[in-house]
Every structure is written in structure tokens, then in C-alpha cells.
Design a protein around this ligand. Structure first.
Ligand SMILES: [Fe+2]
Ligand SMILES: [Fe+2]
Length: 483
């Protein structure tokens, strides 16, 4: 088996998949490339395309030193195709084919299911770039602007990663899907992106940070599940994407954390103890903690819908087929086939939410979502430590999983953030205390529009500076050289 570990960095498309020896796929990708650039100029970041941004570019797939940092104009970013190293002797880790050699070609009987998994993952990548395209102008610092653009170019690369799989392994219908990925548009009435949360708006920086904390973390969970795939090229692609994804969640967690920190500092120096004294807190030009909680409620609930129905035959089939595994499948100790086993699923029974055992195979979405919630909670705990050490009596909490759902067991009923059922009337009267309302949104957008910061080392008044720079750069480093 040939393994192209060396990254060819000189051509149009940097890669470690031996594109130069694969004329058919190389031509297909070169044909797709101009459409991609058109999409980027059309739907990517508004403005700043001529600016020099201090970006990291993946130049290898080793565990250390896989990226290099340099000033790049975004349209000239090297969107490469990089797969994690092939693991010698890897076998299908789960499902009915468990133990067979991992597939290097698409198994014919699973072709349609595999293509769909790749397309759904691929569709989320450009969608988030589209959702975030207006944020550059209100960036609270050059540091944050750079992080936004870093996330954007890497989501672009993730699209390339999925398009490579489609072009390489799925022939004509793969090429058609690759075109469709450039045609759909986030929030478009006629050609929307495939999943709900990716058609929502990201209208401000608090939303951006919440999105990268909550929704990119769904991305991480999906990639973790696909990294276990018996289809080896998908596994290797996802394993490398995960190394990039970690930075996106770092941006989200530290972004929200820095907003919380700034709010707490401003409250303390103004002598405000009551976190619900919203008027006085907003007069300080910071974002009150209850509004931050409401944004978390919104983005958490939208993201939970991305896991799909708790009980799902599609999920069972994908596992059965060896295509999509569980979080850390390779570290779990069971038979990896799950026949005859059960898993508890939360569902409403006569108005009461109860855990009910269902076949483990059909509860895989629920299980992945449970792992996701645990992962979220760790970051929330870190936010709360900031609030506690400022001596403020407030904690950010994840809302109940039944709250504000459009997919799955809870979609037909209304619940508050504690999981108590609500009538439509009560929901309407209490909605504004649980989710961002028009006033909250107007305040946040007004604040951010009024205080963009473009001086190196300076930060808008509603967010604390980061503790360390990107690539260990000093505090006044010019992360974006504005054109
Ligand atoms: Fe991504
Ligand atoms: Fe991401």
C-alpha cells in the first residue's frame, strides 16, 4: 500500500494524497476550484479580502509542527487536502463487519449511506462561513478578527476535505454533490443549507463565540464519530480535521470567557453586586450575565437539534454498516456491535420526562448527544469559575435538553429551561426571559457596532484581552494588516 505522507505544497492544491499521480481527481478538483473561489468572494467574509491576515496553514499531518503561521490574503490561502497518517493493519472497529480490514474503497452496498454522511458533514462547513460573513467590521480587536478569519478559512478547508472524498470515491454523482455544496446558501428560502442551525443568523460576536463553543463542538462530535469509520479515507480525513477543530472551540470558549470576565470586572469596579441590575450594567458598556445565559440557551438548544432524533434507524444502520461509530469507539470496552443491548433515552410520557431503555443501536444519536453535553459542561464550569472568583452570585447553566427543540422527542411540546412543560400562552409570556429578545439583540448589536477596535493590542470595552497571543505573539502584535 502506498502512503503519501509527504505534503506537496507547491501545486495549486497542497495535499498529501498524491494528487500528482491521480490525474482524474486532480483535474476534477482543479475544475471545482474556480467555483469555490467565486463562492468565497461571494459568500465569504465581507471586506478584508485584501488584508494580510496572520493565519496558520496546515503543512503537515505529524503530531507536532503540522502548521505554519504567516501573513496571507484570504483568497490566496492554501486550502489543502490532508489526511492523517494511515494506520497499518487498521480494521473496521464496529458493526457487522467488525474486524475486517478497513475499507480503502467504498463498499458497494453502503455507497448511498456513505455519500449522504459525507454530504451532510460537508454542507455544514461553508454554511458557517456564510453565517459569519458580516462579523469582520465589528471585530473587538485585530486578535479576534484574525481568529474569525482563521475559523473561516479552515471551514473552507473542511469543505475541500469532503469534496475530495466525493470527487475521488463517488464518480459523477460525487461531482454533482460537490457542485451542490457551492450552490446551497445559509438561510436561503429556496436553496438553504441542509441542517437547521446552519440556516440561523450569527448576527454578533457573542453569537459567534457561542456558535464556535456549542455548534463547532457538535462538529467535533460528528467528526469523532466519523473518524471511527471503517471507510479508511473518511476516518483519516476526519482525524486531521479534528486537530483544526480544537482551535475553533478554543475561540468560542475563551471568547465567551473574556466577555464574562470583562462584565464581572466592570460590575466590581462600579460596585454593582446584583447581576440582574441589567440597566446599570449595560450603562457600563458590557453585556450582562443574564443575557449571556439567554444566548447560551439559544445556541445550546439549536445545536442539540443537530444530533437528530434520539431514536433513529439511520444512526443504527450507519453503525451496523461500520460507517459511523460512537464517541471514542476505540476506547470503549464492549462488543462494538450492540446487539441486544439497551441505552436510556429521555422522552415525555404523559407529560413527564422519563428515561426509557431502548435498543442501544437505535439510541446512538442520544448517546452522542449525551457525550456532547458532558463536553459542553466542562467549558461552562470554566466560565463559572471566572464569575465565582469575581465574587458575583451567578452561574451559567445548560438549559434542560427538552427546552426549545424542533427535532426529536420534545419537538411537539414546550418546556422551560428546567424541563417543566409550558402551555403556549405561558411560553409566549416567558419566552423573553429564556431567549434573547429584541431589546437584548438591539443592545448587543448597537454596542458592537459602536466599538470596533482596529489598533493592535487594543480591545473593545465589552471584552477582556486574551491571556496569551496566537503563536505566542506579544500583546500589541498586528494580527491583521488592514488593506
Ligand atoms: Fe469544520
Ligand atoms: Fe469548526
Amino acid at each position: 500500500m502506498t502512503d503519501f505522507m509527504q505534503v506537496d505544497y507547491d501545486g495549486l492544491i497542497p495535499n498529501n494524497v498524491g494528487l500528482n499521480q491521480d490525474d482524474r481527481v486532480k483535474k476534477a478538483l482543479e475544475k471545482w476550484h474556480p467555483g469555490y473561489i467565486d463562492w468565497w468572494m461571494d459568500m465569504g467574509p465581507v471586506g478584508f479580502q485584501e488584508s494580510l491576515v496572520y493565519l496558520r496553514t496546515a503543512v503537515g499531518v505529524g503530531s507536532n509542527g503540522w502548521a505554519k503561521f504567516d501573513y496571507v490574503r484570504m483568497p490566496e490561502y492554501k486550502w489543502g487536502i490532508l489526511l492523517a497518517p494511515q494506520v497499518e493493519g487498521r480494521t473496521v472497529p464496529f458493526g457487522t463487519s467488525k474486524g475486517e480490514p478497513a475499507w480503502q474503497e467504498v463498499p458497494g452496498e453502503h455507497r448511498a449511506m456513505l455519500r449522504r454522511l459525507i454530504v451532510i458533514q460537508g454542507d455544514t462547513e461553508p454554511a458557517s462561513v456564510e453565517q459569519q460573513r458580516h462579523l469582520g467590521t465589528t471585530a473587538p480587536s485585530l486578535y479576534d478578527m484574525r481568529n474569525l478569519f482563521q475559523v473561516n478559512v479552515e471551514e473552507g478547508r473542511h469543505l475541500w476535505a469532503m469534496v475530495y472524498l466525493l470527487q475521488k470515491y463517488f464518480g459523477a454523482d460525487g461531482r454533482e454533490e460537490a457542485e451542490e455544496l457551492l450552490r446551497r446558501r445559509s438561510g436561503d428560502a429556496d436553496t438553504p443549507r441542509m441542517l437547521g442551525a446552519f440556516n440561523e443568523q450569527t448576527p454578533d460576536w457573542l453569537s459567534f463565540f457561542m456558535f464556535t463553543f456549542f455548534t463547532d463542538r457538535d462538529g467535533k462530535m460528528q467528526l469523532e464519530a466519523l473518524a471511527q469509520s471503517g471507510f479508511d479515507p473518511l476516518s483519516r480525513t476526519c482525524r486531521f480535521m479534528l486537530t483544526e477543530e480544537a482551535h475553533h472551540m478554543f475561540v468560542g470558549e475563551t471568547g465567551v470567557g473574556r466577555i464574562i470576565q470583562r462584565t464581572c470586572e466592570a460590575m466590581r469596579s462600579a460596585g454593582i453586586e446584583d447581576p440582574y441590575d441589567v440597566g446599570r450594567i449595560r450603562a457600563l458598556g458590557v453585556i450582562d450575565l443574564p443575557t449571556i445565559q439567554k444566548k447560551a440557551n439559544l445556541h445550546f438548544s439549536l445545536t442539540l437539534d443537530l444530533f437528530g432524533s434520539e431514536v433513529s434507524t439511520n444512526a443504527a444502520n450507519a453503525f451496523h454498516a461500520g460507517l459511523k461509530g460512537r464517541y471514542h469507539e476505540d476506547r470503549l470496552e464492549d462488543d462494538h456491535q450492540l446487539e441486544g443491548q439497551t441505552y436510556p433515552v429521555l422522552r415525555p410520557v404523559d407529560g413527564v420526562i422519563q428515561a426509557m431503555d431502548v435498543p442501544a443501536l437505535s439510541a446512538l444519536n442520544m448517546r452522542l448527544r449525551d457525550d456532547y453535553v458532558k463536553d459542553c459542561q466542562k467549558g461552562i464550569d470554566r466560565w463559572n469559575r471566572v464569575i465565582t472568583s469575581a465574587g458575583i452570585d451567578f452561574q451559567i447553566r445548560l438549559p434542560h435538553v427538552a427546552f426549545h427543540r424542533k427535532i426529536g422527542e420534545f419537538k411537539n411540546s414546550l418546556y422551560d429551561i428546567h424541563g417543566n412543560p409550558l402551555t403556549t400562552d405561558v411560553w409566549s409570556s416567558r419566552r423573553d426571559e429564556m431567549l434573547p429578545n429584541g431589546d437584548d439583540q438591539a443592545y448587543i448589536e448597537g454596542l458592537m457596532a459602536a466599538t470596533p477596535e482596529r489598533q493592535p493590542g487594543k480591545y473593545a470595552g465589552w471584552i477582556a484581552p486574551p491571556r496569551v497571543g496566537i503563536d505566542n505573539k506579544p500583546g500589541d502584535f498586528e494580527y491583521v494588516k488592514l488593506a
